[in-house]
Design a protein around this ligand. Structure first.
Ligand SMILES: NC(=O)c1ccc[n+]([C@@H]2O[C@H](COP(=O)([O-])OP(=O)(O)OC[C@H]3O[C@@H](n4cnc5c(N)ncnc54)[C@H](O)[C@@H]3O)[C@@H](O)[C@H]2O)c1
Length: 354
């Protein structure tokens, strides 16, 4: 059995990784998750049903707790995804981002180091700590060029700054202590089980309910979109075949402006569930996000060349699958829209106009 600990495994990307990992009958997964607003036990229900996935509800900010759990679980791999992940929330309340993303990562690195130092032979050689990060650490691109693994860090938001800090810690734990750490930096994900505060699910659900579709600024900010299951495949591959000490960029070569994304959602919905009027009529331009990066685009050539990874979904196939998932899973999102987050604007400085 390969024992894998996934932190943040009840969230959007973590749960996609967990659902994929348990497809291997030789894998056993332990999820460590604090179960914040962004987590949902239903996300890992299919994995738990295999009998090879269990959830430990714990905060990665609990240093002693992390040391104890990692020592008891004796994992072959740790996939570290637990994080505060929403840029707008980081603007309104950065403290949680520093605590979880920076100090929580520090606790896990230390817990992993304490456990790894007790290992010998093959177990010590094959142990891996995969620190899952974002392309946002690289800052903003102009109209040309791509982020490579060598692009200098230049984060803009409290979220990306906290992720950049955690990447530096992860790198240092490899260089200083030899801990077999690998870092992955991925572009914007979309897909099923995405908490409805993020652009795609928010727009899909607002459009279904005939509500305004908020687009920040002029909608000309560019993101590089990757289906979450392609990201999960990349993570499983990097954790088992990636080289310790290395960084791998993950991206879909699917650059779209935010306005193009919103229009594509409208057009796909109009085709699948026609309404009286085109949903494009619901598009509403709102105040821009402070410090809004202009463009992200990732060069994933290293991951493709070294590990043979390829994205399986195009933007069009992935988007249609995602929309169909939200249409079929109202039971998943309806309670979240009612009681956890109903679509109000987040991340504007006090007094600013939405
Ligand atoms: N969403 C994206 O487009 C994207 C892209 C690249 C990288 N990432 C990175 O991938 C990781 C997962 O992102 P996501 O979109 O799935 O986020 P998410 O917000 O959906 O999930 C985060 C999970 O972490 C858990 N968590 C938060 N604080 C915790 C704590 N203190 N202790 C234990 N668990 C805690 C939450 O309960 C949740 O289950 C993050 O590290 C993020 O930076 C995200």
């Amino acid at each position: 059995m390969t024992k894998i600990v996934v932190t943040g495994g009840a969230g959007f990307i973590g749960s996609a990784a967990v659902r994929l990992l348990v497809k291997n009958p030789g894998a056993e997964v332990t999820v460590i998750d604090k179960m914040t607003y962004a987590a949902n036990r239903a996300n890992i229900a299919p994995a738990e049903a295999t009998g090879r996935c269990r959830l430990i509800i714990e905060d990665i900010c609990n240093a002693a707790g992390m040391t104890e759990i990692i020592a008891a679980e004796r994992p072959d791999q740790i996939l570290h995804l637990a994080a505060e992940s929403h840029v707008d929330r980081s603007i309104s309340g950065p403290r949680d981002f520093v605590e979880t993303n920076v100090l929580g990562t520090y606790n896990l690195l230390e817990a992993a180091r304490a456990y790894w130092s007790t290992l010998a032979g093959a177990a010590r050689d094959t142990f891996r700590f995969l620190h899952v990060s974002t392309d946002e650490v690289y800052g903003s691109l102009g109209d040309e060029g791509l982020f490579t693994e060598e692009t200098p860090y230049d984060p803009s938001s409290p979220y990306s700054a906290s992720k950049a800090a955690s990447d530096h810690l992860a790198k240092a734990w490899h260089r200083t202590y030899g801990l077999p750490v690998i870092i992955s930096n991925c572009s914007n994900n979309y897909g099923p089980h995405h908490f409805p505060e993020k652009l795609m699910p928010l727009v899909i659900l607002n459009a279904l309910e005939g509500k305004a579709l908020p687009v920040y600024g002029k909608g000309d900010n560019i993101r590089d979109w990757l289906h979450v299951e392609d990201h999960a495949r990349a993570l499983a591959l990097i954790a088992s075949k990636g080289r310790p000490g290395e960084t791998y960029n993950v991206g879909g070569r699917n650059e779209r402006t935010n306005l193009q994304v919103v229009e594509a959602i409208c057009d796909t919905l109009d085709r699948i569930v026609p309404a009286e009027r085109s949903r494009r009529g619901l598009i509403t331009f709102v105040a821009d996000r402070p410090g809004h990066d202009h463009r992200y685009a990732v060069d994933a050539a290293k991951l493709e060349r070294e590990l043979g990874w390829r994205a399986e979904e195009t933007f069009e196939t992935g988007l249609e699958k995602t929309i169909r998932w939200y249409l079929a899973n109202e039971k998943w999102w309806r309670p979240l829209r009612k009681s956890v987050y109903s679509g109000e604007r987040l991340g504007l400085p006090a007094g600013a106009k939405a």
